[in-house]
Design a protein around this ligand. Structure first.
Ligand SMILES: Cc1cc2nc3c(=O)[nH]c(=O)nc-3n(C[C@H](O)[C@H](O)[C@H](O)COP(=O)(O)OP(=O)(O)OC[C@H]3O[C@@H](n4cnc5c(N)ncnc54)[C@H](O)[C@@H]3O)c2cc1C
Length: 393
């Protein structure tokens, strides 16, 4: 992007209508929609650079294959937004609709996929179950030994995350949003039970009646500043990419049991990751040799011909895990003007296009109450926890 999108801390205003904390995809996209819908002066404060959090470190997978009605319906809409994003935002996001292929090698996982596929089809998705020969026909290089079943939705896709984030940033600025990287929110100011603004790490005070916590894996830290204990926790997730290969792999291949997933980027690299329970506690974004071993074993078992391919890069980011696998969004009962938009696990990138729009519509027009009730922090007090079984990683 050639045009200047961000502002410098010295130009921070002293007042705003909304301060969005966190310049990841959720913060930027929400700021864009808020400004577009007439929220007034909207600021995004980001303590590092745009793309420094999970939004700049993820695999770019976008899928509608889920096990809950809520996620299926939301992701159907999000996929449609993604498909149109390049022309609407005038930026190439390398959207590649090769589908997602989920493999099940146990009866238990097969039943899970079958139930999810039935629900997805009720919602109009073209997902179908495949047996081993059909899987081989789709991806001949896969080892289907022990495969019980697989599910395939040809509409699922992969994007390149960075331009997606930049697209929202540029569009937000065009709507008048002020984006300030390298500005940390150090304090949230309050007057009794209502938010009155923020104080930055550099000591600047910005008065604002609405503060959105879009800090992803850092959201519990921000909430703790106003004595709100969030149940989500950061979990390091590693990922890597290989040397480029001639394009041969259509779908993103995934396995719920091991958390293995891999796809081929438009540049030919195989990009993927795998579950790893043994990672350091907390906000750690380091890389490990252990991950490479886990990934290499899972990958070469699933696609043996990749055994000789060289890994060129590995990196990591933090998933923002919630106890019930569903996000935490909307207003907080104990503090007026404080809004949560976090807990998006390892799938917040794909949810951002739809959730950002719905968040703006909820805050400004009072829409989507049912979703914002369902995913509210309150559920952890009332014990109305939710479920989702198609979680990767
Ligand atoms: C390796 C990996 C692979 C993934 N793969 C996928 C995938 O294929 N598909 C998918 O949908 N999702 C995927 N995800 C998850 C997805 O990346 C996240 O759910 C999503 O990016 C979260 O966006 P966010 O805006 O909430 O958080 P982030 O992008 O993390 O942004 C939060 C920002 O808040 C900033 N911040 C924190 N505290 C403060 C403060 N006090 N003041 C100012 N700024 C602050 C941080 O610096 C950060 O930039 C993956 C994640 C990882 C790590």
């Amino acid at each position: 992007m050639s045009e200047r999108v961000t502002h410098e801390a010295k130009d921070l205003p002293t007042e705003a209508d909304v301060v969005v904390v966190g310049g990841g995809i959720l913060g930027l996209a929400t700021a864009y929609h808020l400004a577009r819908m007439g929220a007034g002066r909207v600021l995004v404060l980001e303590k590092h650079y745009l793309c420094s959090g999970a939004s700049g470190r993820n695999g770019g997978g976008v899928r509608a294959q889920w096990s809950s009605e809520t996620n299926i319906a939301l992701m159907k809409e999000s996929l449609a937004i993604c498909a149109d994003f390049a022309s609407a935002m005038r930026i190439n996001v390398w959207f590649r609709q090769g589908g997602y292929l989920f493999l099940a090698r146990s009866e238990e996982r097969a039943r899970q996929l079958e139930a999810s596929v039935a629900l997805q089809r009720e919602h109009g998705l073209p997902t179908r179950l495949l047996d081993a020969p059909e899987v081989k026909a789709l991806v001949p290089e896969l080892d289907t030994t022990g495969l019980v079943t697989a599910s395939f939705n040809p509409d699922d896709a992969v994007v390149f995350p960075w331009p997606f984030v930049w697209g929202y940033a540029r569009a937000a600025v065009a709507e008048g949003v002020g984006i300030f990287p390298f500005v940390e929110v150090a304090e949230i100011t309050t007057d009794g039970r209502r938010v009155t603004g923020v104080v930055t790490g550099g000591g600047a005070t910005i008065r604002a009646p609405l503060v959105v916590n879009a800090c992803g894996a850092w959201s519990p830290e921000l909430a703790a500043k106003v004595d709100i204990a969030l149940p989500n926790r950061p979990h390091r997730h590693e990922i890597c990419s290989t040397e480029p290969l001639k394009p041969f792999l259509g779908p993103l291949v995934a396995e719920l049991a091991t958390g293995l997933y891999f796809s081929q980027s438009m540049r030919g690299e195989i990009v993927g990751g795998v579950s790893n329970e043994r990672v350091p506690e907390g906000l750690d974004q380091g890389s490990s040799l252990r991950f490479l071993g886990l990934y290499a074993r899972a990958l070469t078992r699933t696609m043996p011909i990749l055994g000789r391919v060289k890994i060129l890069r590995q990196w990591a980011g933090c998933y923002d895990l919630t106890p019930d696998g569903n996000p935490i969004v909307g207003r907080v009962d104990s503090l007026e003007g404080f809004v949560l938009l976090c807990g998006f696990m390892g799938h917040g990138f794909m949810m951002a296009p739809i959730m950002s729009r719905m968040t703006a519509e909820h805050l400004l027009k009072g829409q989507h109450d049912a979703l914002f009730q369902r995913w509210n922090l309150r559920r952890y007090e009332t014990g109305e926890l939710l479920e989702e079984s198609m979680i990767l990683g």
